[in-house]
Design a protein around this ligand. Structure first.
Ligand code: ASP
Length: 290
């Protein structure tokens, strides 16, 4: 039986992104197109310093983007260390649709984007350059994701046919080591879905999420009968168990199952997510461990 009420959920408080996707779903657009267009809103938002254009650079001043996308048929595409295109999610979608591969990295990803007709752009804005110059004065390397410095957008949509798609896009940890890649573009860690079961996306300390393959874990727990909320809590508890310093960083998940039930959980207070359904676009505070 088709799922009658399309729904969009997305990490953090980005109402314009969930609105774009939610309205597209209401108009009958596919979940795959809706997640891509939805997260593109934040990629283009230069005020968001951890997604797309305007993202904080690495320690050497390069803005490098990571993104992935998954379609209802289980297909996936990703790019890592993309340097010259705002819409990393769209390049990831092209990897999924136009190549036999799942992931392209660095120079190869840039070359591929160019060959696909994406125009080369400068991703470092005046504001992020200025913040970087400030950071250079002390060069304090604190690879810790706390409440303030992460706004990766991960989005999951169910369309009018009942199909599920997801996307995740990020410039990663601010002032990261050159070459560092987090969880966001990694299928299973930053994003995973199974159109028969549900999906999950992550934000926060990528290293902790990578080591527990959190989004895959959540989908598998939902497959075994856990609710999205129970599954998100189990994934966060896995991170807590593995990281004695868990109180120093943030990690968060949101999840949805095929009935449209949603869940979310994080370590620290302060994480919220967007939900668009039935014409209502709202921001919801997540439950947290600490
Ligand atoms: N998860 C991202 C990363 O580690 C950061 C974030 O959520 O802002 O790259």
């Amino acid at each position: 039986m088709p799922f009658l009420k399309p729904i969009c959920i997305a990490t953090w408080n980005f109402p314009n992104a969930s609105l774009r996707a939610g309205e597209m779903l209401a108009a009958g657009v596919s979940a795959l197109d809706a997640v891509e267009q939805g997260v593109m809103v934040e990629e283009a938002n230069v005020k968001n310093t951890t997604v797309g254009k305007g993202g904080a650079p690495d320690r050497e001043g390069n803005v490098t983007l990571d993104a992935c996308i998954m379609s209802p048929d289980g297909n996936a595409g990703a790019v890592v260390y993309l340097k010259h295109n705002t819409h990393a999610v769209s390049v990831a979608r092209k990897v999924m649709e136009e190549t036999p591969h799942v992931m392209l990295a660095g120079e190869g990803a840039d070359q591929f984007a160019k060959a696909q007709g994406f125009e080369r752009e400068e991703l470092l804005t005046e504001a992020s350059e200025k913040a970087y110059q400030e950071w250079l004065k002390k060069k304090e390397y604190k690879p810790i994701i706390n409440i303030e410095n992460h706004d990766t957008i991960g989005m999951l949509c169910i369309d009018q046919k009942g199909d599920l798609a997801g996307a995740c896009t990020s410039s990663g940890l601010s002032y990261k080591m050159n070459g560092r890649v987090g969880d966001s573009p990694i299928i299973g860690a930053g994003l995973f879905l199974d159109n028969e079961v549900g999906g999950a996306v992550a934000t926060g300390m990528g290293e902790a999420i990578l080591k527990t393959v959190g989004s895959f874990l959540i989908v598998e727990l939902m497959r075994q009968g856990k609710s999205p909320q129970e599954a998100c809590e189990a994934a966060i508890m896995r991170i807590i168990k593995q990281n004695p310093n868990y109180s120093d960083f943030q990690a968060a998940f949101i999840a949805i199952n095929k009935k449209g039930e949603i869940g979310s959980y994080c370590i620290q207070k302060g994480f919220s997510y967007m939900k668009y359904q039935d014409g209502t676009n709202k921001n919801i505070q997540s439950k947290f461990y600490l």
